[in-house]
Ligand binder design. Sequence first.
Ligand code: MG
Ligand code: MG
Length: 253
Amino acid sequence: MPERIDRKSRHEIGLIRTAAKINAEAHQAVQAAIKPGISTLELDEIAESYIRKAGGVPAFKGLYGFPKTLCMSVNEEVVHGIPNAEKILLDGDVVSVDCGTIYKGLYSDSAVTWPVGTVKPEVLKLLAATEEGLLAGIAQMRPGNYLDDISGAIEDVCKKYGYGLVRNYGGHGVGKKPHEAPFIHNFRTGEQGPKLEEGNVLAIEPMFNLGEDDVYTAADEWTVLTKDHLPSAHFEHTVVVTKGEPEILTLLQ
Ligand code: MG
Ligand code: MG
């Protein structure tokens, strides 16, 4: 029998909900500032100051040695890009903004890929499809379903559009720690995995590529890029399994 997924108490879910609300608002503050000519470091500072003012703590700063509040990954960068004063957003770019917030010791995690200025329709379509994959995965988060139902739903959306699927990274449990078991593949593994139960809190995060699946890590040992250097998109929400509809805690209002 696969191990059961941790079930958060009502009190813990309340704190994760607050962490997630701050996280979503930090994303909105970043989105409002995104324009051609701004550096990824300036956006990082906006997120950090928003989170701290709201009573939260940036979850990624110092996590495994990561130096900043946001992971900002531009165009062919998939995840884990490091904000930098020299990295200036240009018209036509897309930027994945991944942010985590801690509130009273509880964690939330979410990511959005934003267009910068005017972006090619084929890249906008990739963004929409990746978000569709995220929502399809979340829709499977019902008691009695299995972890692999989430993975399979994401894979099906990716295949429907013929995009590359990033296989080396995926979703995870979240709440008491930034990354908890189980790891959540964005494709069917052939094993059902644990059954989902009320109170499970999961971060679902598909990454789809315009080109092929393959990615590599840059010399900075953080930034993950597509091998073919075609653009990638990444969307993520922190979601709790309830008796009925899954509740997306990091939804932008
Ligand atoms: Mg994240
Ligand atoms: Mg995550």
